[in-house]
Ligand binder design. Sequence first.
Ligand code: B3K
Ligand code: ZN
Length: 854
Amino acid sequence: DGAISRHDYRPPAWTVPETRLVFDLDPATTRVTATLSVARNGEHAEPLRLDGAGQEPLAVRVDGVAVNDWRIEGEQLVIPLSGDAHAIETEVEIAPERNTQLMGLYASGGNLCTQCEAEGFRRITYFPDRPDVLSRYAVRLVADKARYPVLLANGDPVDAGDLPDGRHWAEWNDPFPKPSYLFALVAGDLAVNRGSFTTQSGRDVQLGIWVRAADIDKTHHALHALKLSMAWDERVYGREYDLDVFNIVAVDDFNFGAMENKGLNIFNSRYILADPDTATDYDYDAIAAVVAHEYFHNWSGNRITCRDWFQLSLKEGFTVYRDQGFSADQGSAAVKRIEDVRGLRAAQFPEDAGPLAHPVRPDSYLEISNFYTATIYNKGAELIRMMATILGPQGFRAGTDLYFDRFDGTAATCEDFVACMEEAGGVNLGQFRLWYSQAGTPRVAASLSHQAGEGRATLRLAQHVPGTPGQPDKQPMVLPLKLRLFGGETGRPLGPEQLVLLDQPASTIVFDGITERPVLSINRGFSTPVIIESDRSARELAFLSAHDDDPFARYEAMQQLMLDTLVAAAVEGRADHDAVVTAVANTLADADLDPAFVAEAVLLPSESFIGDQLASVDPEAIFRAREDLRGALGRRLSDQWRHAYDQAPAGPYVYTPAAKGLRRLRSVALGYIAASGADDAARLAFRQFETADNMTDRQGALTTLASGQSDEREAALDIFYNRYAGNGLVIDKWFQTQALSSRDDTGRLVEELARHPDFTLANPNRARSLVGAFGANQRAFNAADGSGYRFLADQLIALDRLNPQTAAKLLPPLARWRRFDAGRSGLMRGELERIVATPGLSKDMFEQVSKSLG
Ligand code: B3K
Ligand code: ZN
């Protein structure tokens, strides 16, 4: 059935020590001449097999002599070879301007650029397109000089010059052997913001951020973030940059966030371009995180790459962990942890609980592009975090040093990484390895009892890992749980924080000397990515939300209190808001708290997260329960919200943790003021919208207005649209804000927006801003008449013809069909069946839909 299995891995029959590429660039027809020095790997009689996709060989030469004994098998070019080493030359022609998949060489905004991970290089030339074939690349680019004055590729520049008839050339050389997925080139009319960085050993690196000339003033934040990242990786991991140049190019058409090509990162422009007028604080944060992430890949991904794609989390999980650490160090580590856990729960927990669940190291796939998931990335990062917790800071650093040292220049496995941790940390991670092979989110039942007479507390823990597709029965895992007890009367800690490694199905922990009624603080810092089922009362949760010394646990207690309240309201119609109102009031009143933390703590769990707690999701009941609680909080704490709203940062916009926190809290407060039904809410929001000197406040106001019915709503949407017409990234926000609206008629408005002249499926950011955002709007998407399902399916069928990879990524909302009532699930199933019956469906979409139905 075309599935690739992890257990079928074999080393490559031929290696390719050197690769020379010549590109005669043209949007309609680009000619690629590739010369591969190939070497037989071990003793065998296999021919050379080169991957290709969509092209045909115009010429094949072996050691300089044209041959014709080659054949095409599937899409591979198969060349019989007699010796142990040969020079293989092929010529192909490709058409970048017709490439709508945005994989391989394609055109974006008049420039030419590449995207090769995972299997795009085979769309450029014939090559063993697998990550364990490492080659040294020399590249020559030839192009029209007026149209493409800038010619970039991986590594260091060698030379450049002019040719007759208006063409010019440039040569680049990358001394580091790399897999084909890290190849990149860019040809374009670009301006550069230059900087420099001197590494700890004294290497001067020239940095360049390349964008269209009009955007050059929006590159300072990214350049600054790059320098911070370079210094951070030296300080925290001892990793230094290794080439003379480091270039980043921003393009508007990109399937995901960015790409770590050696020495030439290519970015979705949304993760580079920022100024206060067009980018929110959230955008600024995301830009720094993605710049750091791609930069950190230079070691965790490029110097050490993956042996095969099943090991993807080796580079992605580790690099996410590294970028999370970087971001935590730029501001509030507590708030960063809260954001990361919220993201994990929004994207990864549902994945783990549904038909698309897969282990962090999967066992098989049809299309590797479908495995760039929250499980590989974010759960993968949690696995690294747990090992760091178990080893402690010194042990972990010794482990990463050993890993970088031992595997530099090679293609490694997840097992190699774990073995280094084990060796350097002097720990046994045997059972821990189950985290790589078992899918599903473990559940931990925790129950604390107090034997007052004996001065003892007893904590009973039991774990359960739910069955997932292909894995009905699970073994118990190792769960590093940080916990601490607090005195329920005095609020003082009853002993230090402990790290418990729960590695049995059940276990009992006894605490002595506990004379006061204890309250349990568990999974502090979210030390293990599990679901805690505790029997803590509303009173205990409220207590922890005010007194726990671990900020994450404090946030978590409030979330649990809110969740319990919302679930009771959605399921039983029991709306008792008192405990939440009091706890939120206490948090708002606590002057010692960072406003950024307060903003997170007082925010209600999302509708989807509430739905994840229920046996069957009732989107309307959840929406009502949540709106009721929002309304109650808004009305009963009206003065407190007004007070928070009045605490605006002084002076013009600055991107500092303190100013960011105040803006965040203000926008949360504005949301509650609107939820209270206050007469002046729309006026207040509109005034903020009009007077804001930055996008954070402007979009915050627009978001509040977009969910309401006021005249100000229409006015603000028009002003926003006209002010930013032509700025693609901001117009994306305009679409997205409307698609996320909680109005009753959002479904209809979204269908209208899909006919707006600015809407196109050809640009992935635009497609995601409307179709992706709508899929995340639980209530609107799950309209009982199935209109939301039909809309998504129509869009996905159309998008799949252009860009299968981006289409398949937007499917998951439909994959949740089993979670809904019979009416909705029947309608969702019907749409999945309609998609899978579409003639010419891509492998990407087929895999996602057939697994969802399975
Ligand atoms: N490694 C790339 C992702 C490529 C996705 C290909 N479908 C970006 C990143 O994770 O840094
Ligand atoms: Zn990555």
